[in-house]
Each structure stands twice: as structure tokens, then as C-alpha cells.
Design a protein around this ligand. Structure first.
Ligand code: PXP
Length: 236
């Protein structure tokens, strides 16, 4: 499996003082040097962490792939078509949430998502939909013409180590199998950490894991190079 590192929280820390430290571009470079195969950033509508200037600089400096997480809005579509990242991951976005709470409701908006994705795909961008491990959402995603889905692992992560872990894990495993049978490539992420990530190896065919909070948190104690390296060792 490949490892995508989400560097949003480097920007969160930087923005706490409004200056330039820690440098998101340097952080991305360190992640790449220590095994990240892509760098993920979520350009939120309220720009609470990553800013437009970060994305524009990353697209120029990254040696690997930029995966741009974004909401399904005209503004974000315009930005993606301007900068042409390697991939975009479409996520639901609520202003008040602390982080992305649930998957995108693709089933309720198949036509909208299909139309939204079309110009992105035509521009050569890989499009992924961040969805819950639910059959209806996977089948709907396959109808939109996108190449990827990213399965939301938040519930599995939350229930890890409890009596509900197995049920949540099996939902993800089943979701990945279904998505692959429908011709989709499958990523996963949200809430994965150094303790719970190992079970993703029990799921054949997962392409990439996108992990942010646990890596940036661990970096506070051991440094970013080691934090990324340790996660890479667990993922590969
Ligand atoms: N994937 C998606 C679509 C996300 O929105 C996030 C959080 O920004 C992640 C992965 C990474 O989640 P975490 O920071 O919990 O590792």
C-alpha cells in the first residue's frame, strides 16, 4: 500500500501565530523524502488551515503527487482546473465541523457529481469520492465515472479496540471488495494511526492510505522524518 500524508495540521500550527512557521512546503518535502507517495491538502472553503498560496506552491515544488481534497463547489472546481493536481478527493464540508465528519452522499446527487467530475477528468485529473463503507454509496460512485473512491475509516478507527471494531472493520473490507468489483480503485483514510493501521493489510487491493493527524501529532515528539518513516514501515 502507498502512503499519502495529509499536511493540513502543519498549516493549522502555522496559522496559530499567523506567520510562516512551520513551513508547509518544507514539511511536504520531508514527507516525500521519508516515504510519502503523495501529499494531501484540504483547501477548505473557510481556509482554516491550507491556503491558496500553499496549494499553488506545492504544485510547483512537489516531487510526488498532490492530492487536493475539496468540496463540490464551483470555486473549488475552478481552482482545480487552474492548478491541475494529480488527483482530487471530493469531500462533504460543513463550516462548523472540526474535521470531515462523514462521507459524501453520492447516491443523493449522482448527476451533480457526474457533471462536476467530468471537466476534471477531461483535464487529466484523477477524481476520488470520499464515501462511507456503504453499498449504496459505492454503487452510486461507480455510476459517476470517477476512477477512485476513498473509504472513510473514521468509524473503524473510533471503535478500534472495542467490541464494535470487528463489525466496522468488516464494513470496510466488504466495501473495498465491492468497489473493486465495480472497477474502482480504492483508497482509505481518516483516523488511522500507528495502532490501528495494521488491519488495512487484511484488505486485499487497497491502493493508498491517507493519514494526517496521527503523523503530525507523533512528529511533535519524534520529528517529522521519523514519524513518516514509522508510518511508512507499517503501511508498506
Ligand atoms: N482522508 C480524508 C478525505 C480526510 O478528510 C482526512 C482528514 O482531513 C483524512 C483522510 C486524514 O484523516 P486524519 O487526519 O484523521 O488522518
Amino acid at each position: 500500500m502507498l502512503l499519502g500524508v495529509n499536511i493540513d495540521h502543519v498549516a493549522t500550527l502555522r496559522n496559530a501565530r499567523g506567520g510562516v512557521e512551520p513551513d508547509t512546503i518544507k514539511a511536504a518535502e520531508i514527507c516525500e523524502l521519508n516515504g510519502a507517495t503523495s501529499i494531501t491538502t484540504h483547501l477548505r472553503e473557510d481556509r482554516r488551515h491550507i491556503k491558496d498560496s500553499d496549494v499553488r506552491m506545492l504544485i510547483r515544488t512537489l516531487k510526488t503527487n498532490l492530492n487536493l481534497e475539496m468540496a463540490v463547489t464551483d470555486e473549488m472546481q475552478k481552482i482545480a482546473l487552474e492548478i491541475v493536481p494529480h488527483s482530487v478527493c471530493l469531500v462533504p464540508e460543513k463550516r462548523q465541523e472540526i474535521t470531515t465528519e462523514g462521507g459524501l452522499d453520492v447516491a443523493a446527487q449522482i448527476v451533480k457529481i457526474t457533471d462536476f467530475a467530468k471537466p476534471l477528468i477531461s483535464a487529466g485529473i484523477l477524481v476520488s469520492l470520499f464515501i462511507d463503507p456503504v453499498d449504496e454509496q459505492i454503487k452510486a460512485s461507480a455510476q459517476t465515472g470517477v476512477q477512485f473512491v476513498e473509504i472513510h475509516t473514521g468509524q473503524y478507527s473510533e471503535k478500534f479496540g472495542t467490541s464494535q471494531e470487528e463489525a466496522e472493520f468488516l464494513k470496510i473490507k466488504k466495501a473495498v471488495t465491492l468497489a473493486k468489483s465495480l472497477g474502482l480503485k480504492v483508497n482509505a483514510g481518516h483516523g488511522l494511526n500507528y495502532q490501528n493501521v495494521h488491519r488495512m493489510h487484511e484488505i486485499p487491493g487497497l491502493y493508498e492510505l491517507n493519514i494526517g493527524h496521527s503523523i503530525i501529532s507523533r512528529a511533535v515528539f519524534v520529528g517529522l522524518p521519523q514519524a513518516v518513516k514509522e508510518m511508512k514501515d507499517l503501511v508498506k
